[in-house]
Design a protein around this ligand. Structure first.
Ligand code: PLP
Length: 332
């Protein structure tokens, strides 16, 4: 943790709508370490973030909802695919923040628990009528313009809430982690942080936040949906946008290694990733999802088993959607 200092007021001047119960715990996975015969393995428990079931996506939403309220928006517009944790969390957060929510959804929303949860939370689901994910980001802006022309104040954000402002949520999380590590034994200071990467906002915010608080720990980003060559420049752009908003030192892209973990496909874990996810459940009671958690956790274990750099901190980003309780569907 060379040259680190703790900046608990990082982002304090930026409008924020509190949703999460923070800080999320950092725990040592001793039973897992014993079962694997390696360690130390620390876990940042964003699965316990205390709002909805979308894990880390609550972090960007605090700042996106803060901005939407500053704009006196009546509608929060975003979108995603059938498996989008962000859509579910955005629907819940908009409701709490006193806004309507409209979700532009690619693919087939039928039977998707995240979207069923979003609908149960009162969001309007608007199918884009196609399978092109990228189309959503243009459509949300067009839809916001359309609503503005009808006299509505709409606040539009792209998929995953991954903007410079959304990334501020994870930059603040880096400061939260730095404060927690300051109280920990020197033998438990992470030599590597591992987290899953989808749309890139969380990883970008983490890089910006680590630079902001002077916590010099390398990051392994486990890319689950895009090749590293595609997501790398995007993470870089978002990290720089985030640092500009915060007015903090430039992030260090050279401290990020991106791993291609697309494997059998988006949302499908390999046999080894599944086996390790089961081990995490059996030894620590940790629930991992098949899209993000299993892949990133397995990459963290690989590093610990092969060539341990020292203690590894795996950021458990949560995001496990249970079947939507029938009570959410309204009166019979
Ligand atoms: C549970 C979970 N973990 C990780 C990620 C990846 O975060 P990002 O899209 O910011 O890269 C997501 C994205 O939706 C997620 O839902």
């Amino acid at each position: 943790m060379s040259g680190s200092h703790v900046a608990n007021d990082l982002g304090a001047a930026i409008p924020r709508f509190p949703l999460a119960v923070l800080p999320t715990p950092v725990v040592r996975a001793v039973h897992l370490e014993r079962a694997l015969g390696c360690g130390p393995l620390l876990v940042k428990r964003d699965d316990l973030i205390g709002f909805g079931v979308a894990g880390n996506k609550t972090r960007p939403l605090e700042f996106l909802m803060g901005a939407a309220r500053e704009h006196a928006a009546d509608v929060f517009i975003t979108g995603g695919g059938p498996g989008s944790n962000f859509c579910a969390a955005a629907a819940q957060a908009a409701r709490v923040a006193g806004m309507e929510c409209e979700l532009l959804v690619w693919g087939d929303p039928q039977g998707a628990p995240n979207l069923a949860l979003a609908a149960a939370a009162g969001a309007r689901l608007v199918p884009t009528g196609g399978d092109v994910r990228e189309a959503v980001d243009e459509l949300v802006v067009a839809r916001a313009d359309e609503l503005a022309a009808q006299g509505c104040r709409a606040f539009a954000v792209p998929r995953g809430g991954s903007t410079g402002l959304g990334a501020v949520g994870f930059a603040v999380a880096a400061a939260e982690l730095a404060a927690q590590l300051a109280d920990r034994d020197p033998a438990e200071q992470p030599a590597l942080i591992v987290l899953p990467v989808g749309s890139g906002g969380s990883c970008a915010g983490l890089l910006a936040g680590l630079a902001a608080v002077g916590l010099d720990v390398p990051v392994l980003g486990v890319s689950v949906s895009r090749p590293p060559a595609e997501i790398g420049p995007r993470v870089d752009l978002l990290a720089r946008a985030c640092a500009t908003i915060l007015g903090t030192p430039a992030p260090r892209p050279d401290r990020l290694e991106l791993l291609d973990a697309r494997g059998p496909g988006f949302g499908v874990a390999s046999a080894l990733e599944r086996e390790r996810a089961r081990l995490a459940l059996h030894t620590e009671g940790l629930l991992l999802d098949e899209t993000y958690g299993a892949e990133a956790f397995s990459a963290a274990v690989d590093r610990l088993l092969a060539d341990p750099p020292g203690p590894v901190l795996w950021w458990h980003t949560g995001g496990l959607v249970p079947a939507v309780s029938t009570i959410m569907k309204g009166p019979r």
